[in-house]
Design a protein around this ligand. Structure first.
Ligand code: PHE
Length: 357
């Protein structure tokens, strides 16, 4: 019995896992285990022998059983320790804050427009927001006495007393960038110029600062047909619809001849806009063939080069696409509005990935 005892206590102490422990239990105290077989032999013993051996065997069985359960819980503790070591967590790390800040719809739409025109071969050009009178007006065939000057609700910069040169202005449109791009790059040229413009006007659809994107394409044989295709292609991509219908309405701008304002077929149902269907027309831009005097002001020979230009209201097409009712809210910096209408900072618009998703 002493041999049995030291054998099993040794084996139990060395057992590596619960399965090994269970095998030992069956071998020792299971129905056909060594200790159990010894207990069966009690029946063949004399009553005196049985009185001695019975309690000894019982004690041995108890001892093995409690060694088994002690080892079992030791193994469970070790397994838990092992798991806790793996699941270690540094509670002193700073928390991850919810994402803060969004991309303003004007920025988002500017990116969308840029992606679409880039795909059609247009580069981005820039000009100053504080513009001189010549670039904003004269070079665009708007001489000093021209009535269009009044229509522009221009903000004039102050000149020092005694300085009689014409004052600088806050540019009233992005068209002066046509002149600057022509002067800088010459022809042929294909550029867009998104940016801020200023007019002294304020109501639900007008703010003193707003955004336009200018388009300019000059080459030897560019026609109105190219203008129409480019604008249709743009609208299809921007509004993310298969079919668009544009209406070219004869109009007048001093810097284009002929000139056309462009309307988009749409419908308004329960306050939501659908593009490409319905009975309404929405004016979205001004356009035309660049006036020879404008080409000349840009340093380009109008007998050799021709092309189109257009000017599109960015805020306006942002309102249309994203169902934003009041333009003034764009520039109130109200955090609730920005969170509602803003875009996730990592969702960059691409034609391949989808513009707005
Ligand atoms: N500059 C014009 C405006 O602000 C738009 C325009 C641009 C029209 C280019 C024709 C060509 O209203």
């Amino acid at each position: 019995m002493d041999d049995l005892k030291s054998k099993y206590l040794g084996l139990i102490a060395d057992a590596g896992d619960e399965a090994a422990l269970e095998d030992l239990r069956v071998q020792a105290v299971g129905k056909k285990g060594e200790v159990s077989l010894k207990m069966r032999e009690l029946g063949k013993m004399s009553p005196e022998e049985r009185q001695v051996m019975g309690p000894k065997l019982n004690a041995l069985k108890d001892e093995i059983n409690s060694a088994l359960s002690a080892k079992k819980s030791a193994l469970a503790d070790a397994a838990l320790d092992e798991r806790l070591r793996g699941e270690w967590l540094d509670v002193t790390l700073p928390g991850r804050p919810a994402r803060q800040g969004t991309i303003h719809p004007v920025s988002q739409v500017t990116e969308e427009v840029t992606a679409i025109f880039a795909d059609m071969g247009f580069a981005v050009a820039e000009g100053p927001q504080i513009e001189d009178d010549w670039h904003n007006f004269d070079a665009l065939n708007i001489p000093p006495e021209h009535p269009a000057r009044q229509e522009h609700d221009t903000f004039f910069m102050h000149r020092a007393d005694g300085d009689n040169r014409p004052p600088h202005v806050l540019r009233t449109h992005t068209s002066p960038v046509q002149i600057r791009a022509l002067q800088a790059q010459g022809a042929p040229i294909r550029v867009i110029a998104p940016g801020r413009v200023y007019r002294c006007d304020y109501d639900q659809t007008h703010t003193p600062m707003f955004h336009q994107v200018e388009g300019l394409a000059i080459d030897r044989d560019i026609s109105m047909a190219n203008l129409k295709w480019v604008l249709e292609e743009f609208c299809r991509a921007y509004f993310e619809v298969d079919k668009v219908e544009l209406r070219f309405r004869a109009s007048h701008f001093p810097f284009t001849e002929p000139s056309a304002e462009v309307d988009l077929r749409c419908s308004w149902q329960d306050g939501t806009l659908k593009v490409g269907e319905g009975d309404d027309w929405m004016e979205i831009l001004g356009s035309g063939m660049v006036h020879p005097k404008v080409l000349a002001a840009g340093g380009i020979d109008p007998d050799q080069w021709q092309g189109f230009a257009f000017g599109l209201g960015i805020d306006r097409i942002a309102m249309l696409k994203y169902g934003i009712p009041d333009l003034r809210a764009f520039f109130d910096s109200d955090l609730r509005w920005l969170r509602h209408y803003g875009f996730a900072s990592l969702d960059q618009p691409t034609l391949r990935g989808g513009l707005s998703r």
